[in-house]
Ligand binder design. Sequence first.
Ligand code: ATR
Length: 283
Amino acid sequence: MNITGSTNIVGLIGNPVEHSFSPQMHNAAFKALNLDYTYVAFDVNPADLKTAINGAKSLNIKGFNVTIPHKINVMKYLDKLDDIAKLIGAVNTIDFKDLKGYNTDGIGAIKAIEEIDSVKNKNIVIAGAGGASRAISFYLAKYGADKITILNRNIDKAKNLANDILNSNLIEDIKTDSISQINNYLNDSDILINTTPVGMSPNINDKPIASAENMHEDLIVFDAVYNPNETVLLKEAIKANAKPVYGIKMLLYQGAESFKIWTGQNPPIDVMEDILIKTLNLK
Ligand code: ATR
């Protein structure tokens, strides 16, 4: 990396940040395209968030990714919000050109799924009703999903999310149910998305949220869990000869979308994916 007096700085703010894979992923992409950018991680205490944003503005930093615990609180320090980020109520990307916030987490999941098939006109089941489910569900609605069923342990939480999405007028058909009913929904579904931590390391042998005997061969099964790479749920999908989509793809495409926002260029997806696989020690 050749840092000069004209190098553009982008980075990550969160607390903690040291385990992030984003610096490696973005720096490899900048290098591959010979762009004069560098990406660094900043550990920002919640009490210092406002100062950090103002400082970044003053320092002419070009962009930030934003991670836990700042995704919601950072919005009040921005001048503009992308429409979907506003609906989601969380931001993971800032463009300092116009101090605008975006949410590329949800689009990351859509792009991952769309390596296999479009989400448009599809009947989709999503497990979980937390932050990740919220980001993905709004994007599913925006990208033309026909029907979304949100399944959660806490049904009130699923209902609240469903109401927010209905109020956005992006989609008409939203249902909710207990996650315990999941196997009853799969036969009529095109896509199953897991946003719960079930199967996440170290609990890699958790009982999967759905089982192979209830999956049909055309079902796309996307697991937002990326550690381990092949989760118990994806193993079930493979057993059923269904279509697995790995969580690492969501990381990849959320990063790719942020890269586009900051640089205006299409990132080298293959380079970013290779680095992610190496960084996460998946191969
Ligand atoms: P994230 O930002 O990753 O979405 P989150 O906001 O904490 O994280 O949401 C976690 C989601 O996983 C929630 O929907 C949670 O269900 P509850 O709302 O009922 O708590 C769900 N979840 C967590 N552990 C789970 C488990 N063991 N089985 C099923 N769902 C689980």
